[in-house]
Design a protein around this ligand. Structure first.
Ligand SMILES: [Zn+2]
Length: 439
């Protein structure tokens, strides 16, 4: 049993205590209250000393395989389009990954997420020269070694030929069947994007996903290339093409959704799939801005991810606001209630796939908690939590003091508790140097 006392408690559903406590038993919150904690005998006690305690954050779209790209030299790399970014950088990097690289990338990326208060990740993986077993290596790093929750899939694509495509399908099936674990490791069926998948491949993938009742995790209309390819080859907008294969099903994660026509927004508004917005990645790749406000107004479910561009979900949230202001010319675009909707949808997805109530500081909810190294300089209340987090993040910096994942202390006083971080970083530097030489 674990007691966190003398904390300022807040969650995105309106829970707020100026001074209170949380009692954790097993992987769940047992009690939450105001004032001093009733200290059960034998409990481990964490004195929050007035710091802010919130639920752990969720990243609804990441690429842990991209970790070792930090600082990689790319002589002559001057992409003129999104496709050239993929071909000149990501498709070279992922093809050079070995099984050891997949594991160390996930460990380092997982640690970075912990250091940003993220306790659950939906990852989209590619390692074409090391497909078989790759999802289990990520699970070993993220769930077994770091104690976080992960939802994994392999990006099926035609870009490496039929044999690789089929290995990708098999890896999704194998992982979903053999290696998922309730509450810790879940599965989607991964597809890269419409423009790298033929009708035959989509049909094959859909058949495999149907046999397991799995929803999909796929990039949607991220670059204009995706739209042009679908219109030219199939005479359909990308969303219409995915609809034809039953991909817009409940639980499906459609990543980006930038170049969507009005008819596609209408189609999505009648489907239970989610769109995941990744504003910083979109700005970096210069691919445009998703119409998030319009999507939410139409009742489309929208969550938030990083797309492997860092792990800072609070920074991503502020970037969603800034991008909406910039793209619309309105400083009130994507206001506080809409930002809250993005955060809450991430918790809804985590709850759906990990099977544990998430996102609230309340009895029975997941004991995924972040004690931020933060004491507010202005009044904090149930109405302004996100603004405190976003502006602390861009002014003085916002980092966790303690992170608890499924009831276990994973990070304490800013130090990772569950693995030897220095040893992992040293191994990662070696692996990255060797990887860069192979590219
Ligand atoms: Zn992505």
């Amino acid at each position: 049993m674990l007691v966190i006392e003398r904390a300022r408690l807040a969650d995105p559903y309106g829970t707020y205590y100026e001074r209170g406590y949380v009692i954790v038993r097993g992987d769940r919150i047992e009690a939450v209250g105001a004032g001093p904690a009733p200290e059960p005998p034998g409990a481990e006690v964490i004195d929050a000393e007035g710091r802010l305690l919130t639920p752990g954050l969720v990243n609804a779209h990441g690429h842990l395989y991209s970790t070792l790209a930090r600082g990689m030299p790319l002589p002559g790399f001057a992409p003129r389009s999104f496709r050239e970014i993929l071909e000149g950088l990501w498709w070279k990097l992922d093809r050079a990954l070995t099984p050891d690289d997949v594991h160390i990338s996930a460990l380092v990326g997982g640690i970075w997420h912990l250091r940003r208060g993220v306790t659950a990740i939906f990852d989209h993986h590619a390692s074409p020269a090391a497909i078989e077993g790759s999802l289990s290596l990520i699970k070993r790093a993220v769930a077994d070694e770091l104690g976080m929750r992960c939802d994994l899939c392999y990006e099926v694509t035609d870009r490496g030929g039929e044999e690789e495509r089929d290995l990708g399908i098999e890896e999704n099936v194998r992982f979903a069947r053999e290696d998922t674990e309730p509450g810790r490791a879940a599965a989607h069926f991964g597809l890269h994007a419409s423009f790298t998948l033929s009708d035959e491949s989509l049909a094959k993938a859909a058949e495999a996903a149907d046999s397991l009742g799995l929803p999909f995790h796929i990039h949607l209309a991220e670059g204009k290339e995706d739209v042009v390819d679908s219109l030219q080859k199939y005479g359909l907008r990308v969303t219409e093409r995915l609809e034809k294969f039953g991909i817009l099903r409940e639980g499906t994660l459609l990543i980006h959704g930038i170049h969507l026509a009005q008819a596609e927004l209408e189609l999505l508004s009648g489907r239970p799939a989610s769109v995941i917005h990744n504003p910083r990645s979109n700005m970096n790749n210069a691919v445009g801005a998703a119409q998030v406000e319009k999507m939410l107004d139409k009742g489309i479910q929208v969550g938030l991810g990083t797309d492997g561009f860092g792990c800072d979900m609070i920074g991503e949230l502020l970037s969603a606001s800034l991008l909406a202001h910039h793209a619309s010319g309105s400083p009130t675009a994507l206001g506080g209630d809409k930002l809250l909707a993005l955060v809450r949808h991430n918790y809804a997805l985590a709850e759906r796939f990990f099977g544990v109530p998430m996102g609230r500081l309340a009895e029975g909810y997941a004991a995924d908690l972040v004690l931020w190294a933060y004491r507010p300089p202005t009044p904090l209340s149930q109405d302004n939590l996100l603004y405190h987090l976003m502006f602390a993040n861009i002014s003085e910096g916002l980092c966790p003091h303690t992170v608890i994942g499924a009831g276990r202390v994973l990070l304490s006083q800013g130090a990772v508790q569950v693995v030897d971080e220095q040893e992992i970083l040293a191994k990662a530097r070696e692996a990255a140097a060797a990887l860069w030489k192979r590219i």
